[in-house]
Design a protein around this ligand. Structure first.
Ligand SMILES: C[S@@+](CC[C@H](N)C(=O)[O-])C[C@H]1O[C@@H](n2cnc3c(N)ncnc32)[C@H](O)[C@@H]1O
Length: 515
């Protein structure tokens, strides 16, 4: 079920009604567009006016952190309630949205005060996203305003508009529904290229590969009621490219708000929310903060450009050399951009937690040697075959087995590239103060965890080897020397060993230019 509106109170009321009236297996998907998001403090103050919604308000406020431009997914009540919170302009955002909306709640200030929002392009986007083929399930709308511009705009876009009695101080309001057969001749910008997707009835999937990508895909499907068979060739989850002793969590931001940087930022925020919901223990996950050190003129300029983007203070802020030393717990040589919520996670514990669902069946120690369509199946389900015979069959297969995906899908011409990476494990000297945060530049060093640092990682495109190379340790230490000379002095003779693995990357075509 998909809903759309401007958020906060409408969302909380819809959520409460859903809890009271919807079948227990029904999911509410609520999309909310907001151009000027409230701060956490202001939202908290505003929501305190409705004590009857305290349970929902508290849950929303717990997730409403580091809100910045872009699309955020917030899930509640074991993913029964899902909010896609889009921070951006309504017209621009709706033009990028795909899917079908069951009900529109329009609440974006009166047209007399906010004329730029109530334009034909908004109504056109609403028409495109409404149901077209379902004569029995009309998309409805309701709005507090009865202004003529809204009435005429909605009607021109194909909505049946009714004026009805309003609530409270509003004498009248508008409500109605989208009329599927009406192709609005007056709106040439609307193109009705709706793809007809069949409703999914057979919710079974095979996921090949038990690293972070495979475990996260399995968890996302399992939450939606799919039965997943996760097949992994090793006896445990997360042993190869996801098999480092720890993974670090921070976004890679660009000077400007370019798509790759935005993806990294929103993925970072999503991962933090996901990790919070998994409740990992402090040995497996910590938000220790991260200092991105401005160690030369170019890095300093980049940090300054990022600061100009006015991202929320709780997401990142500038700290001088003295402050960065205080945060790190030992002398730092440079000022830094500080990300207080960044941290690290043990990938194996992370994958195990993601896969702890009764909807996920793990097949470890099982290598898929070929995928094929079942010859006798009318729905052409996929079969995953191993050395010993059939491992699983399902209508959907997800390949999350890194570069080996190219072997299982040779005709798909997957644009994948191997990139070797090696991390270096370092003994934390007992005589010296231990680093308390992550440090990063073009590489990273973890805080000292159980007496050990993790420093990494090398980046060697088109190198398929996962042998350990002492030369790569030297390259990691050289990176440490650039960003934290004093810490390098302390750690340069403390190498325990290294660990190499081969990442799977996809080629990125650069479609934008960054000056
Ligand atoms: C009357 S308030 C909505 C209250 C909300 N329905 C609730 O339940 O709490 C109007 C909201 O529309 C937002 N807004 C105004 N113009 C917008 C635009 N062009 N795009 C997205 N949001 C906009 C405002 O920032 C404001 O939060």
């Amino acid at each position: 079920m998909l809903r759309l509106l401007w958020h906060r109170l409408n969302f909380l009321c819809a959520w409460q009604l859903w809890q009271q009236h919807a079948p227990s297996n029904a999911r509410l998907h609520f999309v909310s567009v907001e151009k000027y998001p409230l701060s956490h403090a202001d939202l908290s103050q505003a929501l305190a006016l409705w004590p009857e919604l305290t349970q929902q308000s508290q849950a929303l406020l717990a997730h409403y952190q580091q809100i910045c431009p872009g699309w955020h997914r917030l899930s509640f009540d074991q993913c029964r309630i899902n909010l896609t919170l889009i921070i951006g302009d309504a017209v621009e955002s709706l033009q990028q949205l795909r899917g079908k909306v069951d009900a529109w709640f329009l609440d974006g200030f009166a047209p007399s005060r906010n004329p730029e929002m109530w334009q034909p392009a908004l109504f056109a986007a609403m028409a495109r996203l409404s149901h077209h083929n379902n004569l029995y399930n009309h998309t409805t709308f309701a709005t507090f305003t009865s202004a003529g511009v809204v009435k005429r705009g909605l009607a021109a876009a194909g909505f049946k508009v009714n004026k009805v009695a309003g609530h409270g101080r509003k004498r009248e309001m508008l409500c109605g529904y989208y009329v599927p057969a009406t192709v609005p001749q007056t709106s040439p910008n609307i193109t009705f290229t709706e793809t007809k997707t069949k409703p999914v009835t057979d919710k079974r999937a095979i996921v090949v590969g038990g690293g972070i990508a495979g475990a996260a895909s399995s968890a996302a499907l399992a939450q939606r009621g799919w039965q997943v068979t996760l097949i992994e060739q090793q006896p445990q989850l997360a042993t190869q490219a996801s098999g480092n002793p720890l993974g670090v969590l921070y976004p890679k931001l660009a000077r400007q708000d370019v798509p790759l940087g935005r993806l990294s930022l929103l993925a970072y925020l999503h991962s933090l929310r996901l990790l919070a919901s998994l409740g990992l223990s402090p040995e497996h996950h910590a938000r220790c903060g991260m200092l991105q050190l401005a160690y030369d003129e170019q890095e300093w300029q980049r940090c300054q450009a990022i600061l100009q983007r006015n991202l929320p203070h709780e997401l990142l802020h500038w700290v001088d050399q003295q402050q960065s030393s205080a945060i790190a717990g030992l002398p730092m040589d440079f000022p830094a951009l500080y990300f207080p919520e960044a941290g690290w996670v043990r990938p194996q514990a992370y994958c195990q937690a993601l896969c702890a669902s009764e909807n996920i069946q793990l097949k470890l120690d099982s290598k898929v040697i070929r995928l094929q369509r079942a010859a006798d199946s009318p729905t052409a389900v996929w079969q995953a075959w191993g050395e010993q015979g059939l491992l699983a069959e399902a209508p959907v297969v997800i390949l999350a087995n890194a570069n080996d995906a190219m072997r299982l899908a040779p005709n798909a011409q997957l644009p994948l590239e191997p990139v070797r990476g090696q991390i270096t494990r370092l003994q934390a000297p007992e005589s010296a103060a231990a680093l308390r945060t992550l440090l990063c530049t073009d590489g990273y060093i973890s805080p000292a965890i159980s007496g050990e640092y993790c420093l990494g990682a090398t980046f060697s495109p088109e190198d398929n080897s996962s042998e350990y190379r002492p030369l790569d340790d030297a390259s990691n230490l050289a990176m440490l020397a650039r960003m934290a000379p004093a810490l390098h002095q302390q750690l340069q003779d403390q190498v325990i060993t290294g660990r190499a693995a081969v990442r799977c990357t996809s080629r990125i075509i650069c479609l934008w230019s960054v000056s």
